[in-house]
Design a protein around this ligand. Structure first.
Ligand code: SAH
Length: 344
């Protein structure tokens, strides 16, 4: 499939050459697609060029439904092949953060997550990942030069490091000066811990904020809730986190979803302190969003767990998940809609 949003400016210039068109048309196309215009809405290109571009996909994704919560808007997007993905926009004092998906479904199998229940359906291309930013920026009245989204978090459905090449290309496109020009420090990538690919990222694209979904400080317990733990043990992940810190000069964030009776004991907090000793990091404690199919419940000890970590000298905060009233957690809304449970 030829998705124009997959192209960077140089590649679009090569395409113009191939189509016997002047080079400057590439920038016009780039500006138009990144502003979310449809081929019909575009008024700068001549009809003859538009005809040549008819076999190319101009807008690979569109907002299909939106759900407004008290602190966030959840979007369902439709892809050109009718697959559905989801995203969430959170507004803060300092700007708008968009949470984006990198795959349709996921094959990591985490026991508390709704995105992975049906496995991986397919990877998203770089342009489909960027298309989510384009669609919501347009929804907010923005254009390529007047960007309304300040921060991006790759924390929607999918495992970004399991779709590495497309995600890397997306990161280059999103931070490109010709394009949206996001600053690296305003982009976070969350991974369940593919240590070898974290090492690749440290070489290829350091500087974005690396977030690691740890969720347990014990190898044995982690294996029970996150199958990927069998491939990369917890010490290997910590080693990769250190390496990323050294290469990027930034602290790493650990996500720790507190699950009742699974990872919320005093000993879990103490082990977490030991594990992260000497590492430049911050710990985000997250109450578990209840997923019906999973049956796990959020911890009753969240404040206590935070207090223990603070007393041990950890940098830690509780992230009260935005959008829990609209099925904010990964993959929940898409699943409900596909199963026809939601008439709202
Ligand atoms: N695959 C990546 C990114 C997607 S999930 C990763 O694992 O990091 C984004 C975050 O939401 C992860 O930390 C994930 O573990 C967490 N998450 C998934 N389901 C959740 C739930 N039901 N409640 C709270 N957090 C959840």
């Amino acid at each position: 499939m030829n998705i124009l949003l997959d192209y960077n400016l140089n590649e679009l210039q090569d395409l113009m050459e191939k189509l016997n068109e002047p080079k400057f048309r590439a920038k016009q196309i780039f500006n138009s697609i990144l502003s979310g215009q449809s081929l019909q809405e575009n008024t700068t290109l001549p009809k003859s060029l538009k005809e040549k571009l008819e076999n190319y996909i101009w807008n690979p994704i569109e907002i299909y439904r939106e759900f407004k919560g008290k602190d966030a808007i959840k979007f369902l997007y439709k892809l050109y092949d009718n697959n559905i993905i989801e995203g969430i926009l959170m507004s803060h004092r300092y700007g708008n953060t968009l949470c984006i998906s990198t795959q349709v479904g996921c094959r990591m199998g985490c026991k508390f997550c709704a995105s992975t229940l049906d496995g991986l359906i397919r990877n998203l291309s770089a342009g489909e990942i960027l298309g989510q930013v384009v669609a919501v920026n347009k929804y907010l009245g923005g254009t390529i030069t007047d960007r309304k989204i300040t921060n991006l978090v790759l924390m929607g459905s999918g495992e970004p490091l399991d779709n590495y090449d497309n995600v890397l290309k997306f990161l280059k496109l999103a931070t490109s000066k010709d394009g949206f020009n996001f600053s690296k420090r305003n982009i976070s990538l969350s991974t369940c811990g593919l240590a070898d690919t974290i090492d690749k990222l440290a070489k290829d694209f350091p500087g974005i904020i690396l977030t690691i979904s740890l969720h347990s400080s014990s190898q044995e317990e982690r294996e029970k809730i996150m199958p990927i733990a069998k491939a990369f043990d917890i010490n290997t992940i910590i080693k990769s986190a250190k390496n990323y810190c050294e290469n990027s000069g930034r602290r790493v964030i650990f996500e720790y979803t507190l699950i009742d009776g699974v990872n919320d004991r005093q000993i879990d907090a103490e082990n977490l302190k030991k594990l992260t000793k000497g590492l430049m990091c911050h710990i985000n404690l997250i109450p578990l969003n209840y997923v019906k199919e999973r049956g796990l419940k959020t911890s009753k000890n969240i404040e206590k767990f935070e207090k223990i970590l603070k007393e041990l000298g950890c940098s830690v905060t509780v992230r009260h998940s935005l959008g829990s009233d609209i099925d904010g957690a990964c993959g929940q809304l898409r699943r409900k809609i596909l199963k026809g449970e939601n008439n709202g």
